[in-house]
Design a protein around this ligand. Sequence first.
Ligand code: SF4
Length: 305
Amino acid sequence: MYKPEYYSAFSCSAGSCADSCCRAGWLIPLDPETFDFYRTLDSGISENTFTDPDGDRVFKLRADSSCPYLNDDGLCTLYIKTGGRLCEICSKYPRFFEEYDGFTETGLSVSCPTAAALILSQTENPYTDLRRSTPDELLDFLCRARERVMTMLFSEPEPEEALRKLLYYGVELQELIDFGELELLGEARFCSYSEPDIDLDGAKKFILENTEILSKKWRELLKSGGAKASAGRNERRNYLAYLVYRYFLKAVNTEDILTECRFIALMYLLAETLCENYTEAVKLISREIEHDAENVTALIEYLAE
Ligand code: SF4
C-alpha cells in the first residue's frame, strides 16, 4: 500500500478536536458485523440506527447533526464501551483508499482538521514515492505524468503559476491520450496559461443548485461571494499537491485528464476565495464535495461540458 510520508504522523485529536467528524452531519453506514456485535451490548444500537433506502444500517443523527454516540467530552461512547471497537468507516476515517490496477494508494482527507493541519504544514515534498507497477498502459502514463507534476509543484515558488502549468500540461496530456501517443509523454510541456480557464462564480452557482449541501455554513459562504483566504504559499502549494495526489490518477476511468486537472483547479481556487481561514475552507470543501461521490461526479460532468 502506497502512502504519503506524513501518513503515519496522524493521530486523532479525539476530545480536543476543534471540529469533530462526529458532528459533520454524515450518515455513516454501519457494517453488519459491527452492528451485530453492538447488539450484544447494552448500546441502544437498534434505536439509534435506521435502514436507509440503499438497505444500509446508518446512525440516526441528532437535531444538531451530531452522532448519537458523541458524548459531552467529544468522545465516542461506543468506543469507550467496547474498548475501541468501531465500525469499518469510523475506524478508517480520515484515511481514504484508492484501488488501481496492480496497487492501492491511501492518504488522509483534509476534511479532518487535524489531518488538514498536518498536510498543509509540510515543508518538503511528501509524495516522493510515486513510481507504480501496473499492467495498464494509461495508468502507467498517468503515474509517470503525476510524478512530473509533483516535481514541478515543489520546485515552482508560486502555487498559482504551478496551477497554470498544471492546466497547460493537462491539455498536452489529453492530446497524447486522444491520439494514442502515450509513449510521447516526455514531450508534454509545463507552460502557463495567462489565467486558469475556470468560471468560479458559475461553479459556485452550479454547486448551490445541483449538489447535496450538508451545512448551512457552506451554503452561506457559496452565496456570499466569500473572502480571500489568508494562507501562505506553502499551505496553498501543499493543498494543490494533495489534490493532485488524490485525483490525478482517476482519469484512468474516464480517459479525461484535462477535466481531472480542471477539477483540481476548481477545488484549489474555491479554497482561496471561500473564507479567510484556509484550513476551514479546505475542510468544508472536502466534507461537502470530496466525501460525496455524487457531488464529485456532478462537478466533473459540469467541468467536462
Ligand atoms: S475530525 Fe479528525 S481529529 Fe477530529 S475527531 Fe474526527 S478523526 Fe479525530
